[in-house]
Design a protein around this ligand. Structure first.
Ligand SMILES: [Zn+2]
Length: 93
């Protein structure tokens, strides 16, 4: 019986750690949006499509994944289509 209070306290502190761990990573929402995409046109800036920013000029709300862009969305800098874009991690200038 003397052990019970200790076990209970330990359990609670364990719960506390788990709760903190679930709150801790702020990167999860950014990862859900996917990575940035780059226009591969040499003469483009190049333009980066950032899902967190969207493209207000073409009515694309912030938080829109590249995969979820409207079919008629084009590079706002040079006008190339989405098929000319590559994920930032695969981009080779
Ligand atoms: Zn472009």
């Amino acid at each position: 019986m003397r052990q019970r209070p200790y076990v209970r306290r330990h359990f609670l502190s364990l719960l506390g750690s788990v709760g903190l761990a679930m709150i801790a990573p702020p990167a999860s929402s950014a990862r859900d949006l996917g990575e940035r995409y780059v226009c591969t046109n040499d003469e483009c800036t190049p333009y980066y499509y950032d899902p967190r920013l969207g493209d207000p000029d073409q009515d694309v709300a912030p938080g829109t994944r590249f995969e979820d862009l409207p079919r008629d969305w084009i590079c706002p800098v040079c006008g190339w289509t989405q098929s000319k874009f590559v994920p930032e991690s695969q981009y080779q200038p």
